[in-house]
Every structure is written in structure tokens, then in C-alpha cells.
Design a binder for this molecule. Structure first.
Ligand SMILES: [Zn+2]
Length: 253
């Protein structure tokens, strides 16, 4: 049994150099390798159950999350998840409260193509969990109370209406939260992901779950750390002062 659990945070699976892009071919190799090494995914809600019961996580388990809901999650990641028998949670940004039809894509974010509801439904039926990531992807910490509440509550209700299933997981846009949003999210959800870098421990806060952004795993050398036992050291190293971090990262390039 393990006392720490990695929650990996992906965004768009693209080969570009943006900080939110992760190369699709690397994603496939990464997941196949993890699968061969005996790694298994947990759903976010299973992970939360372990936190609540203070029950250690199964050895070699991890959680996959995708923020925003890019089309590439269906095109690139979903076939890999199916091949490896893995599950994931996708946090959807709805782009507003507008009416939707099943074939229509969610409004693009910075020119990046998003999922449509047919794709979302197909992934849900296969066992992928859907979560909320607000209506318009604001920095919640800068919003007045009524708008903050609408962004959090309405995004949950709209997804529930369309999919006909309770939505229990939330991710803070940009990973940013404050006392108000942290409190509010607890009224509507069972858990919430932040972008705070780290592995989840049994003492972790289910409403400010730490994650490892895939940005830190964008080379073979780095993602291999997942199964060499050095992963916790690497993640700790990323939180130390920049000079030392650069030294560690240079060694991993
Ligand atoms: Zn986001």
C-alpha cells in the first residue's frame, strides 16, 4: 500500500510548445509503459474515499485528469485509455450558459478546439468521469460573491442536466482558490483539484487536491521517474528554489 498518490493534470494533447500542450505520441508511450509496469488508474472519487477513510492507496495507482475539455482528449487520449483499460476525469469549461446541441462543440478557448457533447457522452458511457471547471474559466479569487457562486453552481447544474448524472468533482480555473471559493465548492461538490504541485497524501484536503502538471513530465527521462521510485524526490525538487531546481531539471533533460 502507498501513502502518496499522483494526480496527473493534462490539458491539450498537442505537439506545440504551449505550457498546456502535451505531445500525443508521448502520452501513448507513457500510458502503455505505466500499464506494462502494472500501474492502474483510480477514479478521483475512489481516491477521495481513501482520504476520508485514511486508507492507504493501492500500490502503483494514480489518477489522470484533463482540464478544460479539449477535442484532443477524445481524439488522442480516449483511444489510449481504452487500450490500457484506464479511467480519467475531464473537467469541462462550458464557455457560458448557452443552449447546446449534441454535435455542437463547447466554445473554443484561445483558439483550441473543444469537445462536443456526443464525444463527452461516449466517454462517460465508457467510464470516464466528468467534472466542472466553471462556465467561463475566470480566476475565481477575483470575482464578487454572486458571480463566483454562478460560475461554480451553474456549471455543475448544466452538466448534470445534459448528462443526467450527478457531478461531484470540480477543478479551480488556473488552480486558484481562496477561502471563499474553497468554502463554496464544498457546498456543491465532493472534491476539488488545485494546481498546487505535489502528491496527495492521506492528510490531504479533498477540496484543494495537489496535482502534478504534465508539463513537468514532457520528456521520456522525466516520465520514467514515475516507476523508478524517484518520482516523490523529483516532485519535491520542483518545489525548492529555482537555482537548485534548474540543476535538477538540467540533469533530466
Ligand atoms: Zn483550466
Amino acid at each position: 500500500m502507498a501513502d502518496r498518490l499522483p494526480i496527473l493534470a493534462f490539458h491539450d494533447l498537442k505537439g506545440d510548445h504551449s505550457a498546456i500542450a502535451f505531445p500525443p505520441d508521448l502520452f501513448r508511450r507513457f500510458m502503455l509503459k505505466l500499464h506494462q509496469q502494472g500501474y492502474r488508474t483510480m477514479s478521483l472519487l475512489e481516491a477521495i474515499n481513501h482520504l476520508r477513510l485514511k486508507k492507504p492507496f493501492p500500490e502503483r495507482s494514480f489518477v489522470i485528469t484533463f482540464d478544460d475539455g479539449y477535442e484532443s482528449v477524445y481524439e488522442e487520449a480516449f483511444p489510449v485509455l481504452q487500450d490500457c483499460g484506464m479511467t480519467a476525469t475531464i473537467f469541462l469549461t462550458l464557455g457560458g450558459k448557452g443552449k447546446v446541441t449534441s454535435g455542437e462543440r463547447l466554445p473554443a478557448i484561445e483558439g483550441r478546439s473543444m469537445l462536443n457533447w456526443q464525444e463527452i457522452l461516449e466517454m462517460k458511457q465508457w467510464g470516464v468521469t466528468l467534472g466542472a471547471h466553471t462556465l467561463t474559466h475566470p480566476d475565481l479569487t477575483r470575482l464578487p460573491p454572486d458571480r463566483m457562486e454562478a460560475e461554480i453552481r451553474d456549471s455543475k447544474e448544466i452538466i448534470e442536466d445534459i448528462l443526467g448524472t450527478p457531478i461531484a468533482c470540480f477543478a479551480y480555473p488556473y488552480g486558484r482558490y481562496d477561502d471563499r471559493s474553497h468554502r463554496l465548492v464544498q457546498q456543491h461538490f465532493a472534491c476539488a483539484c488545485s494546481d498546487d504541485l505535489g502528491l496527495v497524501t492521506l492528510k490531504g484536503d479533498p477540496f484543494a487536491l495537489k496535482r502534478v502538471d504534465a508539463y513537468y513530465l514532457r520528456t521520456e527521462k522525466r516520465f520514467k521517474l514515475m516507476w523508478t521510485g524517484l518520482f516523490p524526490c523529483y516532485i519535491r525538487a520542483l518545489s525548492i528554489p529555482r537555482g537548485i531546481r534548474r540543476f535538477v531539471q538540467n540533469g533530466l533533460r
